[in-house]
Write a protein that binds this ligand. Structure first.
Ligand code: PLP
Length: 422
């Protein structure tokens, strides 16, 4: 089989940058990407035969590990029944039922094909419901690549220091208002000026696209109160956190109820799915029930629905508290090992997600996230990969564990960290 570098050379002739999503190219960590041949449990194998302990987990979806038996079986069975019908299928109801059962703030959902579609459509609904145009988002939060959210976004845009992007008309982002994450006073200031024009606040209730940043106490409650006061909708973008921070949405963990929630990643078990949902009162405004149009040829795809149902049902059998405790221990051990080697490290953790920032500052927003030493992270990434550990190829991303990661994986990971000298 061709090697990763041979494949990457060929891919660059055929695909922009050789990839179909920018961060994968590993440009910001100063190396070429590995091409992956297969993945199972906590591990991936490159086409070059290298085995890696994976902490990217397809950027979050593989919460049960790669190749989880129940998901594979469900998907195979669904494929045997026909890949796509363009007509309703029972799987759509089953997945909707699981989501509604597990996320208390969701009474009705619409399936789409990605997180980007979910956030874009939820905003359209919020605009339709309120008759207002403006949306407030937070610096360093990423809500997919639709035009109006590409202002001071995290993830790939943060990785490449791109403040926005050519191709987005000024008129489109003029309705996107920005505030620093965790800065309730700044949000209040925006609402004082623009309150009557704001359709929605969209927020990652736990931010995962500037590295992991947790909401300060009172931040999410404050957003809820401001939305209520000014008649705006609160949208929780849970594309990363949904079914990862708890076995449902984060709402109950922080005791805040959003009006709309967007989900993706885990709900498809590795297949392309997203959805948005919330109160029936709002969701009933979507066509054909209501007047806010949104559609999709492959939405509610039977294979993706089957994989999603198998994923959510399997997750209900898992011990989230135990995974959280194991993940915290791994993160703390990694931090201690790096500090023992003389590095300054700041750790943010929740559930099965963490980020080690190479900085001595507490990271609470995009500005403090940017104090992380990106050059040092690049070296760390390359060192870990050489030692069989696959981390996110950017300092503005998260480390994800899964129910498939074992103590042996953690020990091997820690050994690799201990030998990192910069
Ligand atoms: N929202 C959040 C919080 C995300 O992290 C992402 C992707 O990482 C998206 C939306 C977009 O999802 P997708 O890449 O499936 O379009």
């Amino acid at each position: 089989m061709a090697s990763s570098s041979e494949l990457f050379n060929k891919a660059q002739e055929l695909l922009p940058g050789g990839v179909n999503s920018p961060v994968r190219a590993c440009k910001s960590v100063g190396c070429d990407p590995l091409f992956i041949e297969k993945a199972e449990g906590s591990r991936m194998w490159s086409v070059d035969g290298q085995e890696l302990i994976d902490y990217v987990m397809s950027w979050g979806p593989m919460m049960l590990g790669h190749g989880y038996e129940a998901i594979k079986e469900a998907a195979h069975k669904a494929v045997d029944m026909g890949a796509s019908y363009g007509a309703p299928c029972p799987g759509e109801i089953e997945l909707a039922e699981e989501i509604i059962k597990m996320v208390p703030s969701i009474e009705m959902v619409r399936m789409v094909n990605s997180g980007t579609e979910a956030t874009m459509s939820a905003l359209r609904l919020a605009r339709g419901v309120t008759g207002r145009d403006k949306v407030l988002k937070f610096e360093g939060c990423y809500h997919g690549h639709s035009d109006c959210f590409l202002a001071s976004a995290g993830s790939g845009l943060a990785t490449f220091s791109i403040p926005g992007t050519p191709g987005v008309p000024e008129g489109t982002v003029k309705d996107t208002l920005l505030a620093p994450y965790n800065d309730l006073d700044a949000v209040k200031g925006v609402f004082e000026k623009e309150g009557q024009n704001i359709a929605a606040i969209i927020v990652e209730p736990v931010a995962g696209n500037m590295g992991l940043v947790l909401p300060k106490e009172g931040f999410l409650e404050g957003l809820r109160a401001l939305c209520d006061e000014h008649g705006a909708l609160l949208i929780f973008d849970e594309v990363i956190t949904g079914f990862r921070v708890t076995s449902g949405g984060v709402g109950p963990r922080f005791d805040v109820t959003p009006d709309l929630t967007t989900l993706g990643k885990i709900i498809g078990g590795g297949f392309p799915v997203g959805c948005y949902g919330g109160k029936k009162e709002y969701m009933s405004r979507i066509a054909p029930c209501g007047d806010v149009y949104q559609a999709g040829t492959l939405s509610g795809n039977p294979v993706a629905m089957a994989a999603g149902v198998a994923t959510l049902r399997s997750l209900q059998q898992q011990d989230y508290d135990a995974l959280e405790a194991r993940t915290l221990k791994l993160a703390q051990d990694m931090k201690a090992a790096l500090e023992a080697n003389g590095f300054k490290v700041s750790l943010n953790h929740i559930a099965s997600i963490f980020t080690l920032f190479f900085t001595d500052q507490e990271v609470t927003d995009f500005e403090s996230a940017k104090t992380g030493d990106a050059e040092l992270y690049s070296k760390f990434y390359r060192h870990m990969r050489e030692h069989g550990v696959n981390l996110a190829p950017s300092s503005f991303e998260c480390t994800f564990t899964s129910f498939a990661h074992s103590e042996a994986d953690y020990e091997a990971t820690l050994e690799a960290v201990k030998s990192f000298k910069g």
